[in-house]
Ligand binder design. Sequence first.
Ligand code: NDP
Ligand code: OXD
Length: 308
Amino acid sequence: MHVLFYSTLDDPAEWLPELRRHLPEARIEVWPEIADPAAVDVALIWTPPPDGLSRYPNLRAVLSLGAGVNQLDLASLPRGVPVARLVDPSLTDGMRDYCLWTVMRYHRFLDEHLANQALRKWVYKMSPPKASVDVGILGLGELGAAVAQALATVGFRVRGWARSRKTIEGVRCFAGEAELAAFAAETQILICLLPLTAETRGILSRRLFRMLPRGARIINVGRGDHLHEADLLAALDAGEIGAATLDVFSREPLPSDHVFWSHPKITVTPHVATWGTAASAAPHVAENIRRAVAGRTLLNQVDIARGY
Ligand code: NDP
Ligand code: OXD
């Protein structure tokens, strides 16, 4: 059992001890120190290593260190090798917190209160009841469904959109392109939790912005390429979109001269909405390594043709 580890984000010093605890029989090597490429069974990676994965002729699985897999560039991976993504309670919990925090910030007019504080102005502006505020979530998978349920539990009116029809308690569910406009029509705060695929690339664009109520707020925690940047800037200028919180960007790190950094209606966070901790995720990863080596179906295996 031979595992290659490579990540520009995840620290091998955290991951290796956790993996070894759950998989003492495995030999785990950190790229580029790979003694025998032909011996590697599993690649555990955030992105492919700079020299790709074609050097490993006996690879039996590619395991993503993230919930998303677009950064693996699925088309470039060795054909026929199964790919799995990370589904983990620590990752889900972090995303739930980030979305609750951002929705609450908009709901409780925090930006207005901070602006008034800077002017030493006492403005008694109270929020409407949560039950009158519609939050809409694009994507009702592991993360989107958990966020939707959390928002419904604290009292928001929640709606969600996915490819297939879902049933989630307290959440009004819409499905497919035909129901996107109906979903958007009453979404005052929009959260994007879609995977990046050919179908979802650029979905946060003028077309969708015009389906939303005027002044809607946008939270993009999916991927940067879901967003059409110029359309967002135009919609903010026109008042069609009231504000945006962006955690993901087409280019990461966001270049220091990018207009988003200083835009008064945009909040930038550096792709930190959530992550899977090694301590929490190692058992799941270890199980998938065992499955790969035994030739069994992986947990959370990606449908390569669908792209997620
Ligand atoms: P899942 O695969 O569990 O869920 C994806 C959801 O999107 C599903 O409900 C799916 O619908 C829906 N979907 C996919 N394509 C379409 C489409 N064309 N039209 C409508 N709905 C669609 O993914 P996760 O919830 O685990 O993760 C979602 C994304 O969140 C990741 O891919 C990643 O990009 C992002 N992410 C961002 C992080 C951050 O820190 N900012 C951290 C982790 C993830 P259906 O159920 O019908 O298939
Ligand atoms: C992920 C991410 O996909 O951190 O897990 O973006």
